[in-house]
Design a protein around this ligand. Structure first.
Ligand SMILES: Nc1ncnc2c1ncn2[C@@H]1O[C@H](COP(=O)(O)OP(=O)(O)OP(=O)(O)O)[C@@H](O)[C@H]1O
Ligand SMILES: [Mg+2]
Length: 641
């Protein structure tokens, strides 16, 4: 076994290079290489102190240091990858003992007929194989842990960043969680092991060359042929595989839409249509998949042919060389074994290349999401706002359409003042509401809370100072209590009760058998539409917000509910909460200080309640500049009728 020791020594130096080149995460993240050594264990350590110092209501998992999450997670992963790579190299070198054994048998044992040599060689080779298996098991165990650690470290930051990125209404970023799973699957999959085995292939190739240069040339030629076939395979299958994925994604969206609208679908017998839409996308996906898979199979066949022919070529040419006394039979067989070991990682890498590319782009998406997240920016923690809302000439033109949705809207509200926004359907009321709570940013102009642009508030602090009731109220699948408390666990029951009192929903909640503990399901049951709206109102008022934006809070309310809402607005005024309420019904107008009429995205009139109401009801005051909307007699009175 002297040979073995000799091979290992020169192997020492290329290890580092080979490892860095081959493992994907490292390669993709060259930029973070410098801060490699430290902070691998507790990247969030410094955050702990910061969070502890923050005010009680604001102590929350700091979701800012994504940069650190990425680099910390990677550093830990990278160190383990280096270990795995070293293990892989050693394991593969140990595996060389098999051909060497064969070589020695034919060279020494057959010639010397020494039983002792046979026994000794066998013991050594069994030991080497045992060590190989041990190292192989260890490296797989480590990779599993790297994978789990990557997902657990990056999961929370990715979900936070995705939620933030989705605030404008595009939820594609939530798919990044899927990317994270893909990355984990790749790290635990077989391809990465093959890729880690690849750096040792040159040594095997060298061994074949040492046995006989002709045989080495055959193996080299095969290797090149396999690479070419692999490249052709990539070219021919990339497009159909991508198509298959796109269609499969659309089919999933269709199935999701069916799940969300299951009641509508069932009520109106729309199941066949839903299935048809899903089926169309699925069929396209499968078609593309078959095309890609067929091409893949053909090329895999060719590559198998090449590889098996190589075995024949080595054995055949080896036999010819043996006939000319240039080799022994044992050497030929040893060469064939070593050759297949040299080609296996190459083949595996080619086969798994697509997986590698996918994992790499998944990783790139994760990195982009985390690095570009607005949550990354540290913002000064200001004193909690008093609730002065300033809107300055906002213009909103969402990118693709170029349609002006809001144009030159301006107003200012002092703490405790309330404004009702009325206007026809599609006037831009909900858009304005979303802008007031920072969900969407104006194309031009500013929305300020206490003089500070919304974009510059710390998101958490801002969120706690604001209440928002969207037009389409959705509750979380949890208890009523948790929903009112905005899913927070670190709050007192008194705070929840206070919000329920303020929103005047305590009595309504008491009528449920389980009271505040009543579980709301994903579809909102057992709450009625109006009840959901009132729980949403309590949620908006939870935690003593300074600005509350209500988007048609009374659209599902009966007369009693409207009275409760009016009382809630009066109480909010006493607490100096600034209120913006969008409404289509006149009843709410009696409880506000000011009214704005929005038409086609422009404020037609803003003013005191007493001045605006006459315009709306068709009795223009002396100086009214806005013609009154025509009124109709049927249904509940609506301002946009
Ligand atoms: N992201 C968007 N991209 C393009 N157009 C949009 C977008 N969001 C809203 N709109 C358009 O802006 C207009 C105003 O929508 P908005 O939801 O604000 O109306 P609204 O006044 O709340 O109406 P309603 O009373 O029916 O709730 C509509 O014409 C709508 O089609
Ligand atoms: Mg609306």
């Amino acid at each position: 076994m002297k040979n073995n020791g000799g091979t290992q020594t020169p192997a020492g130096s290329p290890v580092g290079k080979a490892v860095n080149g081959s493992h994907p995460v490292n390669g993709a993240n060259g930029a973070n290489g410098a801060n490699g050594a430290n902070g691998a264990n507790r990247p969030n350590g410094s955050n702990g102190a910061k969070a502890g110092a923050a005010a009680a209501l604001q102590q929350r998992a700091a979701d800012r240091d994504f940069q650190q999450a990425i680099s910390g997670g990677l550093t830990a992963a990278r160190r383990k990858f280096v270990i795995v790579a070293v293990f892989s190299l050693c394991a593969n070198l140990l595996l060389l003992s098999l051909p060497i054994y064969l070589f020695q048998l034919s060279d020494r044992v057959y010639t010397s007929r020494s039983l002792d040599t046979l026994i000794m060689l066998s013991v050594v080779v069994v030991g080497a194989i045992g060590a190989y298996v041990f190292l192989d098991v260890i490296r797989r165990l480590i990779l599993t842990r790297v994978a789990v650690e990557t997902e657990s470290r990056l999961g929370a930051p990715v979900l936070s960043a995705a939620a933030k990125a989705a605030q404008g209404g595009i939820s594609r970023d939530f798919q990044t969680l899927g990317d994270l799973q893909q990355l984990r699957a790749f790290i635990t999959g077989p391809v990465i092991l093959m890729m880690l085995d690849a750096p040792v292939a040159p040594f095997y190739l060298l061994a074949v060359f040492l046995i006989h240069p002709h045989l080495g040339a055959i193996v080299t030629a095969t290797g090149l042929a396999l690479v070419v076939i692999g490249l052709i395979n990539q070219k021919l299958t990339a497009v159909p595989f991508a198509q298959a994925n796109t269609y499969a994604g659309r089919a999933n969206l269709a199935a999701d839409a069916m799940a969300r609208n299951s009641q509508v679908i069932n009520a109106m017998g729309m199941i066949p249509e839903g299935v048809q839409i899903w089926g169309r996308e699925t069929a396209e996906s499968l078609k593309a998949h078959v095309t890609a898979q067929d091409r893949n199979t053909y090329l895999a066949g060719i590559s198998k042919m090449v590889r098996l022919s190589t075995q024949v070529a080595i054995l055949g040419w080896g036999a010819w060389l043996a006939l000319h006394d240039e080799l022994t039979g044992g050497m030929v067989i040893a060469a064939s074994i070593v050759a297949s070991r040299a080609l296996a990682p190459l083949e595996g890498t080619i086969e798994g290349w697509r997986g590698f590319v996918h994992a790499r782009s998944a990783y790139a998406r994760i990195k982009t999401l985390l690095q570009n997240s607005p949550l990354n920016l540290e913002r000064l923690r200001l004193p909690n706002p008093a609730g002065r809302l300033t809107v300055e000439r906002i213009l909103y033109v969402p990118p693709p359409s170029k349609k002006v949705i809001l144009n030159g809207v301006s107003f200012q509200l002092e703490p405790g003042e309330s404004l009702a926004i009325v206007g026809t359907s599609g006037a831009g009321k909900s858009t304005l509401a979303r802008m007031l709570v920072g969900s969407i940013a104006p194309t031009a102009g500013n929305v300020r809370l206490d003089w500070m642009d919304l974009r510059n508030w710390d998101p958490r602090q801002f969120g706690e100072s604001v209440g928002y009731l969207p037009q389409d109220v959705q509750l979380f699948p949890a208890s009523i209590k948790a929903n009112i408390a905005r899913m927070r666990e670190d709050v007192s029951d008194a705070a929840i009760f206070e919000a329920a009192e303020l929103a005047d929903v305590h009595e309504m909640i008491s009528q449920f058998a389980a009271g505040y503990e009543t579980q709301v399901l994903i579809d909102g049951s057992p709450l009625s539409g109006g009840q959901k709206q009132r729980i949403g109102l309590a949620r908006a008022f939870f935690g003593n917000p300074r600005l509350v934006v209500l988007d048609e809070p009374n659209s599902n309310l009966d007369a009693a509910g409207e009275m409760a809402l009016a009382r809630a607005l009066t109480r909010a005024k006493d607490k100096k909460i600034t209120i913006v309420a969008i409404t289509q019904r006149p009843s709410l107008l009696q409880s506000v200080d000011r009214i704005m009429i929005l038409k086609d995205g422009t404020a037609q009139a803003v003013g005191k309640r007493e001045d605006i109401i006459p315009m709306l009801s068709g009795r223009p005051p002396g100086n009214g500049s806005v013609p009154p909307p025509p009124s109709t007699g049927n249904g509940p009175p609506r301002l946009d009728a």
